[in-house]
Ligand binder design. Structure first.
Ligand code: ADP
Length: 447
């Protein structure tokens, strides 16, 4: 097994990876920015190296510094976590060139899925249903108008390089399309340095259902069931659960098979997630594949009993999966709430600063993945997610009851959080019934 792993990340996911390594007897190296001297991952790892200034581009995104840190400390593998360099194909390739194992797919696999319009083309070639839309990229607005006329409005204009819910615009008629196409492409150019755009039919009120994939280096590929991530604000996930209340066993099998086929289409390896939209009439469509571990991976861990980070490490080391699709059993129900340092009364504006008092819930099957502690000052430079609260129980009803109790017990003082917002959300009759789609927060919550 690897002797030492460098974790090219921060926050709760860095802590999560340190824990997995420790259990596996692997030494850990944390990298940290000048703003993260007091961060938990810096303190918990066996070794920690400061690699630069607070701004991510001078630290967590600086490939040369990260590789140097790995070489200096003798780490023989790098775990990228999510965000930062986790989907940077150049980083994956540089690691391989330096004889450091990148815990994730190859750069080439990332490229095939990272470009979303190209991924669509690949899926079409492999007969996996995609949302009706442009075959690949749309290079100018006239072409966009033609595509929209053939599929019908409303449509959604998306950036091929987009991610994190950014770079998307809905157009309900041709005037809107002309206007939004230009703004969306200039936004994409600024945000991602790439203004390649593509167009999809805008699916009204869909569910977002994604499948967790695990694939070893020998072509063994399984899915670990789905996560329902329909609870979103501005196309960003707020709460996730598994299994989904919206699909039955037959649909689960069909979608799971399609997800495995999507991964196999590019000979994918390591952990990945195939995302689908499920229309109100029950049709499902591929939207993208994420070639990394995801924020919401714990809900899958809770219902399958499989530790996804340990599996990523094992697979990267070259171990075979050791189980088949039939061996994967989904049991019970898990729900995750994302706890963010933000102020819902001020448009969910980030609320960094000092945590004066902290009490985190605990109890049977209550899990909190976080990197905060009382007296810790949340720096303003990074993502505002400070914790993930995950509960597990034998069915959805009991899991919601447990989540209610746990959210009510969670106390964070000194900064603003979305805890009250989450409490209102999980008590909404529509959530309780499992009847919600991606437009729920916008339509049913008073913000
Ligand atoms: P990102 O990579 O930025 O996360 P995705 O393509 O995964 O973007 O889409 C994020 C969310 O945006 C989806 O979960 C869904 O809520 C919404 N969305 C994306 N494509 C469509 C579509 N064609 N119709 C309706 N909603 C969509």
């Amino acid at each position: 097994m690897f002797h030492k792993i460098l974790i090219a990340n921060r926050g709760e996911i860095a802590v999560r990876i340190i824990r997995a390594c420790r259990e596996m007897g692997i030494e850990t190296v944390a990298i940290y920015s000048e703003a993260d001297k007091e961060a938990l991952h810096t303190q918990l790892a066996d070794e920690a190296i400061c690699i630069g200034k607070a701004t991510a581009k001078d630290s967590y995104l600086d490939i040369k510094r990260i590789i140097s840190a790995a070489i200096i400390t003798g780490a023989n593998a790098i775990h990228p976590g999510f965000g930062f360099l986790s989907e940077n194909s150049h980083f994956s390739s540089v690691c391989e060139e330096c004889n450091i194992t990148f815990i994730g797919p190859t750069g080439d696999m990332m490229d095939k899925m990272g470009n979303k319009s190209q991924a669509r083309e690949t899926m079409i070639a492999h007969h996996i249903p995609v949302v009706p839309g442009s075959e690949g990229a749309v290079s100018h607005v006239e072409e966009g108008l033609e595509v929209a006329a053939s599929i019908g409005y409303p449509v959604i204009i998306k950036a091929s390089a987009g991610g994190g819910g950014r770079g998307m615009r809905i157009a309900r008629n041709s005037d809107e399309l002309v206007h939004s196409f230009e703004t969306a492409s200039s936004e994409a150019r600024n945000a991602f340095g790439d203004d390649t755009m593509y167009i999809e039919k805008y699916v009204e009120n869909p569910r977002h259902i994604e499948f967790q994939i695990l694939a070893d280096n020998y072509g063994n590929t399984v899915h670990l069931g789905e996560r329902d991530c329909s609870m979103q604000r501005r196309h960003q996930k707020v709460l996730e659960e598994s299994p989904s209340a919206a699909i039955d066993d037959e649909l689960r099998t069909a979608m799971g098979d399609a997800a495995v086929k999507a991964a196999k289409a590019i000979q994918y390896r390591n952990a990945g997630t195939v995302e689908f939209l499920l229309s109100a009439s029950g049709e499902f469509y591929f939207i993208e594949m994420n070639t990394r571990i995801q924020v919401e991976h714990p809900v899958t861990e809770m219902v399958t009993g499989i530790d996804l980070i340990k599996e990523q490490i094992r697979i990267a080391y070259g171990e075979p999966l050791g189980y088949t699709q039939e061996d994967v059993k989904i049991q019970g129900h898990a729900i995750e709430c994302r706890i963010n340092a933000e102020d819902p009364s001020k448009g969910f504006r980030p609320s960094p600063g000092m945590i004066d008092f902290l009490h985190m819930p605990s109890g049977k099957d209550i899990r909190v993945d976080s990197a905060i502690y009382a007296g810790y000052s949340i720096p303003p430079y990074y993502d505002s997610m400070i914790a993930k609260l995950i509960v597990f129980d034998e069915n959805r009803e009991k899991a919601i009851a447990k989540l209610n109790s746990a959210v009510g017990e969670f106390i964070v003082k000194g900064i603003k959080t979305n805890l009250d917002f989450q409490y209102t959300l999980i008590n909404h009759p529509k959530f309780v019934k499992g009847e919600y789609d991606t437009s729920f927060i916008e339509k049913s919550m008073v913000l």
